[in-house]
Design a protein around this ligand. Structure first.
Ligand SMILES: NC(=O)c1ccc[n+]([C@@H]2O[C@H](COP(=O)([O-])OP(=O)(O)OC[C@H]3O[C@@H](n4cnc5c(N)ncnc54)[C@H](OP(=O)(O)O)[C@@H]3O)[C@@H](O)[C@H]2O)c1
Length: 318
């Protein structure tokens, strides 16, 4: 089969090659799936560079979420490959207990995008931040993969959603996703806008995949008893929250590591998948897939993700 492999750590657009390798053989509890679509995620870039918390041994096949067809049964499933990455290939192994049925009528490209970012959004907004209907939710990088899911999930939960995004095209994408107010944070300071839009209240929940200065500014417009969810650091800087500031303003900073539920509470994955399926069937969420590219364009696609030029999800189709 054809599979992209990272042979040395570095820029994924340079260190990957499309290799012809043996199809993997399923072990106990695993099944072989024919990959129908594999979605890109920012962690693919970080993992290839050796800058992610997960460091698979070299060479490895990147790609952490997919929609595939189970060889033998033909059932369409979505989820992550077994034991970490492995989705940017024609076939992959999945753990049977963590392969979830594709919602009725959902195309492969969207199904490949319903797992990591939506599960993260659901766990982050509901389980970690306890988002309530009527609250103000601020989603940073709202036009990105994680952000676009959070906008839809926030609206589905009945929150008022403010989104930030870099540039007019992305601002428009956030509006189309349902955000009530959108700020181009590369042009305007979002802090006074959030204060004004919320009538001085501030944002009850702030969903932050960017970190750095964006996190620092978020602390200035978080509401009394607000929750800032730390999702990621695409800005490249891991920020710090002074404990006295949390005390004085009475807010929380909440960490989110969705993958860790696999170890601590694996039932979460199935429960959240059921909820996401319901939301999709009711028309309340619908993954934004902006590009579906052939598998051989993985390096170019990852370069776009790294240089901030993608919106929503980009998927590879073997
Ligand atoms: N905590 C968890 O369990 C978990 C799970 C999944 C993903 N994540 C994290 O969530 C983050 C987003 O992942 P994603 O796949 O959804 O990516 P993405 O949002 O599709 O892309 C990243 C976005 O971050 C923004 N950004 C701001 N500064 C940037 C910079 N210097 N370079 C690149 N992008 C920058 C860009 O949006 P603008 O141009 O609009 O600023 C860009 O579109 C990643 O850090 C990822 O590791 C965390």
């Amino acid at each position: 089969m054809r599979a992209w492999r990272v042979h040395e750590l570095g820029d994924p657009s340079k260190v990957m090659s499309l290799d012809e390798i043996e199809q993997p053989t399923p072990g106990p509890g695993q099944m072989l799936v024919k990959v129908k679509a594999a979605a890109l995620n920012f962690p693919d870039v970080l993992m290839a560079m050796g800058m992610y918390q997960e460091k698979p041994p070299l060479p490895f096949i990147p790609g952490v979420e997919l929609c595939g067809e189970v060889v033998g049964t033909g059932q369409r499933v979505l989820g992550s490959p077994s034991n970490g990455p492995g989705a940017f290939a024609e076939y992959a192994l999945m753990d049977a207990d963590f392969a979830f049925p594709v919602p009725e009528g959902m195309p492969d490209e969207k199904a490949a995008s319903l797992y990591l970012t939506y599960q993260t959004g659901h766990v982050g907004l509901h389980r970690r931040a306890n988002l309530q209907a009527g609250e103000w939710l601020l989603v940073h990088a709202g036009a990105g993969g994680v952000g676009s899911a959070a906008i839809q999930l926030g609206k589905a939960a009945g929150a008022h959603v403010i989104a930030t995004a870099g540039g007019p095209r992305k601002v428009e994408v956030c509006r189309e996703l349902g955000a009530d107010h959108v700020i181009d944070y590369t042009a305007d300071d979002f802090v006074p806008v959030v204060k004004e839009v919320t009538g001085g209240h501030g944002a009850d929940v702030i969903y932050d995949p960017v970190g750095g200065d964006v996190f620092d500014k978020s602390r200035k417009c978080v509401a009394f008893e607000g929750r800032i969810v730390v999702v990621g650091f695409t800005s490249g800087r891991i920020p710090e929250a002074p404990a006295n500031h949390l005390l004085v303003k009475n807010y929380s900073v909440v960490g989110l590591h969705w993958g860790l539920y696999r170890k601590h509470d694996p039932a979460v994955f199935g429960l959240v998948h059921e909820e996401l399926t319901r939301l999709f069937e009711e028309g309340l969420i619908d993954p934004l897939v902006s590009q579906a590219l052939p598998l051989d364009q993985a390096p170019q696609a990852l370069a776009q993700l790294a240089d901030r030029s993608t919106v929503g999800k980009v998927v590879l189709v073997p």
